[in-house]
Design a protein around this ligand. Structure first.
Ligand SMILES: [Zn+2]
Length: 260
């Protein structure tokens, strides 16, 4: 079976899915929806790797989120490297980045840990999935300095200028349920401006459920709703968004969209 669409970012390894993880996975894959599961700590990265290893149509990313960069320990980078080089279902480094909204880790620590992980991705020739909030300038500058041209800004909620800058660096833009929110007019204009061959779609499950499920636990199947809204902005068929975003995801992450 070929995958119809791929949720490029969903945390199915999370606690929130403890009660019914296998059922959520089953109904996702039954609809032909694939999934990339990013880590955000060493522990959640290990869980993402184990999940992807045992679930066809899913892949893992490993990395330390900006919130948790203060907890990075000696040896963590070596473990990330080992996962990428030894586990075939690990397809990149993520999610990593900068978050100056919460500053759960000191900004200078965030920048150091972000740069180290980007350099690792560049060295291993794998893409990076980046979270950025109120930190567009530094995010762009560090990515540009490291010189990594394979990556995606996940759950894009930024400015049109930032999207343009990232496109110029060769990066992809991933849209989430945030584009369905009533007030997200400016964001929907960014969807309009980004060429379809540079767009990925995601849920960021369990967060950010699209309208009409806003506030509920999100799940990968709802990536279909995100694709529908992208299609509406692009004035094209949802099927086209499915096909194009699947081929974009294959190109970026080198995944094989076959299951079973
Ligand atoms: Zn995430």
């Amino acid at each position: 079976m070929k995958l119809r669409v791929i949720d490029s970012h969903g945390h199915l390894q999370d606690e929130d899915f403890q009660p019914d993880r296998e059922q959520v996975y089953d109904r996702t894959i039954k609809e032909g929806v694939g999934l990339i599961v990013p880590g955000y700590t060493m522990e959640s990265s290990a869980k993402a790797v184990a999940f992807a290893e045992s679930h066809p149509g899913t892949w893992a990313l490993v990395g330390i989120h900006p919130h948790d960069s203060k907890d990075k320990k000696p040896g963590d980078l070596e473990q990330l490297r080992a996962w990428v080089t030894e586990q075939p279902k690990v397809v990149g480094i993520g999610e990593i980045g900068l978050d100056y909204h919460y500053n759960n880790s000191p900004p200078e620590v965030q920048r150091t840990v972000f740069r180290e992980q980007l350099e690792l991705a560049e060295e291993l020739q794998v893409p990076a999935a980046v979270h950025t909030r109120e930190a567009e300038e530094d995010t762009w500058a560090i990515i540009r300095e490291v010189g990594i041209t394979r990556g995606v800004i996940h759950c894009f909620t930024g400015s049109a200028d930032f999207a343009q800058q990232m496109l110029e660096l060769g990066w992809y833009i991933s849209f989430s349920g945030a584009i369905t929110f009533k007030s997200a007019h400016a964001l929907r204009q960014v969807v309009e401006a980004v060429p379809l061959d540079r767009i990925l779609v995601e849920t960021d499950s369990p967060y950010l459920s699209p309208v009409p499920w806003r506030g509920q636990r999100n799940e990968p199947l709802r990536v279909i709703r995100v694709a529908e809204v992208v299609a509406a902005q692009k004035n094209c068929l949802t099927q086209q968004v499915f096909e194009q975003t699947v081929s974009n995801t294959i190109r970026l992450f080198s995944v094989t969209p076959e299951i079973g």
